[in-house]
Write a protein that binds this ligand. Structure first.
Ligand code: AMP
Length: 286
């Protein structure tokens, strides 16, 4: 695995790969890699000839009161994991490489970033989209793989690629979960075993919402109440939001009619966790 730190060297390496006729698959990450990231790498491997992973903890997507300084950084272990997955290139640019002096160009959205996560994390998706666009320009991937775990991010990236005619295919990989149902996340490292156990209330809530929808319930208020119940019965939780939206457009729904996304953000002992589940009436598979 080759580690590259500058945009120029990355672009040069990718030109060489392209000349060899290789399809480039790309997985952007913030490091502290886990099985969720590995699944994205495996998917990229299936869809392309060479795989590039980036690790960059992007300051522009953290709010002033968020966990940028404490965000887990485990580069040695990350490299080992990526070598074991036979990743060809690791891109680890520094802050000065991505945001040099004088930087002032940002990608902004209209409606799509005003809801759900965007409402609670102003500026977050502007930071995400801008870094993803920059990484795409450095790596020029044919395919980029993102996780369904960050469902709104996936929708926004697809929107950006379509709106700006970016020549990359976006592929979305399913959420990888612990046995307890808890979505694997770099932030789970903040928790001990007892806290991890409590955090499983989030998936229990999502599942009961999904089951209600499958059984034909259409009243959004009732479904949201069922999602909240196991979470609010668990010690140390604060639910920021539970929302039911159209799975494709993220439009907020009053009644269930077709495939929807139940998404939420919950703080457990102060650590903010997000998760989501897809559901459709009568469907017994995700
Ligand atoms: P992050 O390093 O948290 O920015 O995540 C990098 C990518 O991994 C994003 O596309 C996430 O959606 C994806 N990801 C994170 N956790 C999971 C998971 N448990 N299952 C699948 N994908 C994930």
């Amino acid at each position: 695995m080759k580690t590259i730190k500058t945009v120029k060297s990355m672009q040069k390496a990718m030109q060489t790969e392209r000349r060899k006729g290789h399809r480039i698959g790309f997985v952007p990450t913030m490091g502290a890699l886990h099985e969720g990231h590995s699944s994205l790498v495996r998917k990229a491997r299936k869809l392309s000839d060479i795989v590039v992973v980036s690790i960059f903890v992007n300051p522009a997507q953290f709010g002033p009161s968020e966990d940028l300084a404490n965000y887990p950084r485990t580069l040695r272990a990350d490299k080992k994991l990526l070598r074991n997955l036979d990743v060809e290139y690791l891109f680890t640019p520094g802050n000065d490489e991505m945001y040099p002096d004088g930087f002032q160009t940002w990608i902004e959205f209209e409606e799509i970033t005003r809801k759900l996560e965007g409402k609670f994390r102003p500026g977050h998706f502007r930071g995400v989209a801008t870094i993803v666009a920059k990484l795409f320009n450095a790596i020029t991937p044919d395919i980029a793989v993102f996780g369904q775990k960050d469902a709104q991010q996936a929708v926004i990236i697809k929107r950006m690629v379509q709106d700006l005619n970016m020549p990359v295919k976006i592929s979305i990989a399913p959420t990888v979960r612990e046995k307890s149902g808890l979505a694997i996340s770099s932030r789970n490292r903040y928790f001990n075993a007892e806290q991890l156990d409590r955090a499983s209330c989030i998936y229990r809530g999502l599942r009961s919402g999904r089951d209600l929808i499958r059984s034909g319930e259409t009243d959004v208020g009732k479904i949201i109440k069922a999602v909240r119940k196991p979470i609010e019965e668990t010690k140390g939780t604060i639910t920021e939001y539970v929302s039911i939206n159209d799975a494709l457009t993220l439009e907020k729904l009053d009644r269930i009619d077709g495939k929807v996304l139940i998404s939420l953000a919950v703080r457990l002992d102060g650590v903010r966790l997000i998760d989501n589940i897809a559901a459709a009436p009568g469907k017994s598979k995700d």
